[in-house]
Design a protein around this ligand. Structure first.
Ligand code: DQA
Length: 146
């Protein structure tokens, strides 16, 4: 039983990066909070962040066989990456797409995602709370129903 949380480019800057859009919590704050949340439910959560598309593809491949659900905020790769889409489909692990901001209320180019039509669900605009919702969903809807 395990969840993998993936964060893409520039999310290592959370806390100082455009806080009016992305909030004041650092990625480390978010990771600590949801690791504890998952642990309180008896589920192991692993985390990984990279600014590099290929590294994210490699980490998705490495999840095969040891991960029940992937929670992914692909950052800007959401709007560009066929490779991350193909990797997620290739490993056949259910995934939830998460965005801190409401991508539909921003620039038009953020409205399109290469992942959303294949995701179990998409969480947008709830800030850091969206990651907690992702963990709750992963535990309740995917892991406990296995
Ligand atoms: C984001 C939204 C993306 O459009 C942006 O490129 C990000 C963060 C979000 O969490 O709101 O880096 O994924």
């Amino acid at each position: 039983m395990s969840i993998l949380l993936l964060n893409g480019p520039n999310l290592n800057l959370l806390g100082t990066r455009e806080p009016h859009i992305y909030g004041n919590k650092t990625l480390s704050d978010i990771e600590t909070d949801i690791t504890e949340l998952a642990s309180s439910k008896g589920v192991k959560l692993r985390t990984y962040q990279s600014n590099h598309e290929g590294a994210i593809v490699d980490r998705i491949h490495a999840a095969r066989g040891n991960t029940d659900v992937i929670l992914i905020n692909p950052g800007a790769f959401t709007h560009t990456s066929v490779a991350i889409r193909d990797a997620l489909l290739g490993v056949q692990i259910p995934f939830v797409e998460i965005h801190l901001s409401n991508v539909h209320a921003r620039e038009q180019f953020r409205a399109h995602s290469y992942l959303s039509d294949k995701a179990r669900g998409v969480i947008v605009g709830l800030g850091a709370y969206g990651y907690e919702v992702g963990v709750e969903f992963a535990v309740r809807e995917v892991i406990q129903k296995k």
